[in-house]
Structures are given as C-alpha cells and as structure tokens.
Design a protein around this ligand. Structure first.
Ligand code: ADP
Length: 494
C-alpha cells in the first residue's frame, strides 16, 4: 500500500548532517519494514563511523553560534517547530503508524505528545536563570550561571518514534546545545520528518544532525560519539543492558548522562479500590501501543477479596479490544514491532502456563492478521518464578496475581531491580500516603493509569536509570552550573 502524505516531501530517504540531506559516506542503505505486513516500504542510509564523525564535527562547529543566540531567538525557533509539528500531525501520524504499527489515532496522539515537549521547552528556554549567592566574606560577589553542556548525543528507541526524540532535541536546543542523534533502526522515518520540520522552523545547519543506521551499524556510529571528548552529554532511552554499556563506555570521557531504561511496573488494586476505574486505568496503561511502553504495568497485583471481580471486568474489556493494522480505522491495537517481540511474548506466556498460570483471555498469536500480531491476553495465578514477572514482556499481556495484605503487596511490587513506574488504586487516604513513600519508582500513578506529561519529571530509579525528561527539571539535564567568584570589591560589597 502506498504511503499517501499531504506533504510527500516528509517521507525522506537521506539522513541529515551539517544542514545537508545526504547519503552515508559508504553509500550503504537498509530497508524499513511495515510491521503489520512485514514488507519493506522505504529505505534510509546505513551510516558508519565516518558519518558519525561528520555529524559530531558539524555539531561542534555549530555550537558557538547557537549557544550565543539569545534564548528568546532559540525559543522562537522551537515555537515555530511546535506549530509545524501540529500542522503536520496527520502526516507524522501516518509515518509513525506505518513504520511502528500503532493505530493512526494513537499515532496522531503521539505527535501531540511530542509537540507538547517542544512547546514546553520553547517556554523554558528563556528561564535558564542563574543565582546570586550571598557572599560569606566581605568584598566578594558570588554568582552561578547556567551554561549549555555542549554537543549532545541522543539515542532513541522505536516505541515512540516522535515523542522519544522530540523530548531530547527540544530541551537540548532550548539550553543552547547542538546535537548528533541516532533514531532506532526500525523507525527512522518519523525522526527524519521531525528534523525536516525543525529545519523549516529555522534550526541552523549543523545544530541538529540525524544519522540513520541499521542495528548492525548502531554500535559503530555511537562508539564514535562515546569516544569523542567534544560530546559532553549522552541521552538515551532504551534497554537496560544497552544503557549500562553506554554508561561504561562514556566513562572515559566522563559525559553527563540521562538514561531512561527498562521498567517492570507493578499495578496494585486494593480491596477498597473503585474496580471500574482501576480496570479502565489498567487498560489505558497496559494496552497503549500494544503494551510496548516502558511504563506499562508488567505485574498486576490484586487483593484476594476483589481478585475475581476485578479479573471479570478486565477480561470483558480486553475481549472487546479490536486488533488490526493501522489501515483499519477501528483497530485499537496494532502489531508488535517485529518477530523477535512476538517470540518473547509467546515465550513468556508459554513459561507462565507451564508454571501454573491460567489464560483468561487471548494467549495466542494472530497469524490471520500477520506474523507480528498477538491477541490481547489476560493471565491469572501468576507468580514471581515466572519469566514475565522478572522481565518486561513489552507486549499485550496482563499478568495478574493475588495478594493478602498491604505489606505483601508492597514487598512484591518492590521485588525487582527496576524502578520506573508504579500504579495503585485505593480510596484510603492513609494508604495513599504510605504507598507513595514505600514504592520504589520514579513515577507513581495513584488512581490514575495515564501519567505521562511534559509538565512532569519523567524518569526512573534503580536499574531504570537516572535523569528526568520534561518539567522544570528537564532543562538542567542539558546544562551545567558555572560559579563566578569576583574578589577585590572592597568592604561593604557582596
Ligand atoms: P530495544 O530492545 O527496544 O530495541 P535497545 O536498547 O536495544 O532497545 O535499543 C535502543 C536504541 O539503542 C536503538 O537506537 C538502538 O539502535 C541503540 N543501540 C542498540 N545497541 C547499541 C549499542 N551497542 N551501542 C549503541 N547503541 C545501541
């Protein structure tokens, strides 16, 4: 099926270095597949170390002028970029749906979410205040100013092809940094379109460089940036093993790091919860993007007194979900990203059933729709020995277990190396206070399943990484503080 865009020029086939749309130096290309049909529908350059080097040279050369630009001017460019993203939301949504698989309405929703970060950081750009410090001794003036860290390397995953990269580019540009970026190999087309609109908005040549590479070449590209002392910041969203590798390898050049890594979110339903609200919240949190989000509940813990009533509500909702390709306007759930993802979901379900879990809904692939489709699934009698309790399933499987009391629920919720998101439903205000303190996660949904917002600090603790995206803290990740101590001012001066 052809990809029809109102702006056909937003389907790009070259990558972007130093203001030029160009091929990889080595001339290689690789194909981009539609996960619904497993058919190649586009191709992009397959970069290697030489392209990565050219990108970082360009970003370094562009840095002095960009950081010297008044913050108000950088803010205006970001505001224009936001306007263009909103104006072209349908085209960008079509690109996301085609390369990533999510239904069009959800994809357009992602564009709005991506744009919200650009709007937010357009406003934050002009608020990078420093401080005046009361001097402890006479005759000195002590101040601290905030400066852009320098060249930023951004590496992003495929599950949100627009939002993950927008929320790195926007604060970096707002802070006065320049960037080299590599989108996930599965979903570079949305990122390229975003960059084309950034260029249209007035981002100067060299300030934002996007290099596309296949999985085989990803490490070769990123290694160049890891080794380069001029790259002062690495911002990454992806798996914990790759995040750990990047942290290790960036140690020699001591880069500032933001790592948004895997999760294993618990979702707790207490005996006093509004069960319909909890089931609705779980549907929103679990099945968005077919369960392929790092904040999606991976372990659903339900008090034994309400377990059956909750599962009944959940099964009714899950069974009503319509699965299909993004070309089906009624579809609520698309395919998984690739066969590897389907195999992992199948393995998790098989392992859970072998260890005693029961399937209450779904449980199988949907080959009639395509090799990457999997039924939305509910499992009960899940326990901590099963693979899906220990590892992120990253698919449409709601794994439910029972608990007897709050202490057990909290202990099980925290029994994971990860700490990205957690959710709980209860109407007891004291319990809300206790759990807000006890749960080990960077973000907590309290009677709420949809927690993401550009206005809030997004990020994790423990093996889910560090650094925060969005909110008033988001800009700090791309800035450092410089302390200025002026002496010889004479008595009475501070
Ligand atoms: P996923 O399993 O969801 O694909 P990954 O962490 O493997 O998550 O990938 C996230 C991003 O990290 C992608 O852009 C991918 O190309 C990149 N990546 C994967 N392996 C490496 C590596 N060894 N070095 C640098 N980047 C990598």
């Amino acid at each position: 099926m052809p990809l029809t865009l109102q702006r056909p020029d937003l389907l790009l086939s070259s990558h972007y270095i130093d203001g030029h749309w160009c091929e990889a130096v080595g001339g290689s290309r690789y194909d981009i597949e539609d996960p619904a049909r497993e058919q190649a529908f586009a191709s992009v350059p397959d970069a290697d170390a030489r392209d990565a080097q050219a990108a970082v040279d360009a970003a370094h050369a562009a840095l002095p002028a960009w950081r010297a630009l008044p913050a108000r001017d950088r803010s205006r460019i970001l505001a224009r970029w936001n306007t263009l993203l909103l104006e072209h939301r349908q085209d960008l949504g079509r690109l996301i749906s085609r390369e990533q698989g999510k239904p069009l309405a959800e994809a357009v929703g992602e564009v709005l979410y991506a744009a919200s970060y650009v709007e937010w950081f357009a406003a934050e750009a002009v608020r990078a205040y420093g401080e005046v410090i009361p001097a402890p001794v006479d005759g000195r003036r002590m101040t601290a100013v905030r400066e852009p860290v320098g060249v930023v390397a951004a590496i992003t995953p495929w599950n949100f092809p627009a939002a993950m990269i927008a929320r790195k580019i926007a604060p970096a540009l707002a802070a006065g940094c320049t960037l080299v970026a590599k989108p996930a190999e599965d979903t570079p087309l949305t990122a390229l379109a975003l960059v084309a609109l950034a260029e249209e908005a007035g981002v100067p040549a060299g300030v934002l460089n996007l290099v596309t590479a296949s999985r085989a070449n990803a490490a070769a590209v990123v290694d160049v940036w890891l080794r380069d002392m001029r790259v002062r910041k690495l911002t990454f969203t992806g798996s914990t093993p790759v995040g750990q590798h990047l942290a290790r390898e960036s140690a020699t050049t001591l880069k500032k790091l933001s790592l948004e890594l895997g999760g294993n979110a618990p979702f707790l339903v207490f005996e006093d919860a509004d069960l319909d609200a909890a089931a609705d919240g779980l549907m929103a949190a679990k099945f968005r993007n077919a369960g392929q989000t790092c904040v999606c509940p991976n372990r659903i813990l339900v008090h034994e007194a309400v377990h059956d009533a909750f599962v009944e509500r959940l099964v009714a909702r899950v069974s009503a979900l319509r699965v299909g390709p993004a070309s089906d306007p009624q579809a609520q759930l698309g395919p998984l990203i690739n066969r590897r993802a389907v195999e992992k979901v199948e393995r998790h379900v098989r392992d859970a059933v072998a260890k005693g879990a029961r399937i209450m809904a779904g449980g199988s692939p949907l080959p009639a729709l395509g090799a990457n489709f999997f039924q939305p699934t509910v499992l009960v009698d899940v326990d901590g020995r099963m693979e899906l309790s220990c590892e992120e399933t990253f698919g449409p499987v709601a794994a439910v277990s029972r608990f007897a009391d709050e202490a057990q629920a909290v202990a099980e919720a925290n029994a994971t190396p990860y700490g990205l998101a957690a959710y709980f439903y209860t109407r007891d205000v004291r319990r809300i206070a206790r759990l807000s303190a006890a749960l080990e996660a960077g973000m907590i949904g309290i009677n709420e399943g949809a927690i993401s917002s550009e206005a809030a600090p997004f990020g994790g603790i423990k093996a889910s990484g560090y650094g925060r995206e969005g909110s008033r803290h988001g800009l700090d990740e791309y800035m450092h503080s410089k302390y200025l101590c002026q002496g010889e001012l004479g008595p009475g001066q501070d």
